[in-house]
Structures are given as structure tokens and as C-alpha cells.
Ligand binder design. Structure first.
Ligand code: FEO
Length: 162
């Protein structure tokens, strides 16, 4: 059985993952509004992945005898100045999520909850990927900043996300 403290923190993480999904869906809508359809598709896929992350926490909490308690999801930002700014913020957001995962791991270690540590390891690895992919796109967008043709090339590349 999971501790009350970890139960509370995992519930907060479900909310954080659902917010991530909401934020990326908002970035998808923004991207669509400026005709960056590849980026819109990329963010939609990302939003879907965040829902899957939330469900991983949901099922895990239930499996460990905890109670899932859903709370209000904060309204996401809706406008960005550029696609570059949106990806910069996506990268910043992933760093924030990594910090949260690390805190969850600290707690699992302090409580000697080996099962929770094993579960959280998947997210530790996933966050390396999440930070790397958002940073790589942000860096590319920075490179093509004043070159519209480059922007369309990056957008086409983003549309290829499977
Ligand atoms: Fe669920 Fe993008 O971290």
C-alpha cells in the first residue's frame, strides 16, 4: 500500500500531466491559427502523450491501493508571439515536469518505496527524451528565426511525427 504522502503527490502529478496535455493542446490551437499545421500536429500528438502519462499515474495509484482524486485543471495560456516562443515554453515546461518527477523520486527513496522507485524510473527516462525533443525544435526555430523558408521546412519536419 502506498503512503498517504505519496498518494497525495501522485494525485498532484495526475493533475500536472493533464495540465501538460491542456497546455500542448493550446499550443496546437495557436500553431493552427498561424498556419503552422505541422507544429499543430506535433503538439496534438504531444497532448495525447501527456494524457497517457496521466493515465499511467492513475492506474499505478489504483494498483497500489490509493484513491485517485481529480482536481481542477488550470486554464492554459492561449497566445504566443511566435512558434519559437511556444517551443521555448514547452521546453521550460518539460524542465518543470522533470523537477516534479525528481521530487517524487526523492520521496519514494526517503520512504524506501522500491516499487514506486521502479515505476518512476520510466518517467525519469521519459523526461530526458521530452526535454531533448522540445529543446531540439526550439534550437532549430531559433536558427531559422529571420528566414521564412526555414520556418516552413521545420514545420514540414514536425508534420512527420508519427
Ligand atoms: Fe508528461 Fe511531457 O511530461
Amino acid at each position: 500500500m502506498i503512503s498517504e504522502k505519496l498518494e497525495k503527490e501522485l494525485n498532484e502529478q495526475i493533475n500536472a500531466e493533464l495540465f501538460s496535455s491542456y497546455l500542448y493542446l493550446s499550443m496546437a490551437a495557436y500553431s493552427g491559427s498561424i498556419n503552422m499545421d505541422g507544429a499543430a500536429k506535433w503538439f496534438q500528438k504531444q497532448a495525447q502523450e501527456e494524457l497517457e502519462h496521466a493515465m499511467k499515474f492513475y492506474h499505478y495509484l489504483e494498483e497500489r491501493g490509493g484513491r485517485v482524486l481529480l482536481t481542477a485543471i488550470k486554464e492554459p495560456k492561449k497566445e504566443w508571439k511566435t512558434l519559437e516562443e511556444a517551443f521555448k515554453e514547452a521546453y521550460e515546461h518539460e524542465k518543470y515536469i522533470t523537477g516534479r518527477i525528481n521530487k517524487l523520486m526523492d520521496l519514494a527513496v526517503a520512504e524506501k518505496d522500491y516499487a514506486a522507485q521502479s515505476f518512476l524510473n520510466w518517467f525519469v527516462d521519459e523526461q530526458v527524451e521530452e526535454e531533448a525533443s522540445t529543446l531540439a525544435i526550439y534550437e532549430k526555430l531559433k536558427m531559422v528565426r529571420d528566414y521564412k523558408g526555414g520556418l516552413f521546412m521545420v514545420d514540414r519536419e514536425l508534420s512527420q511525427r508519427g
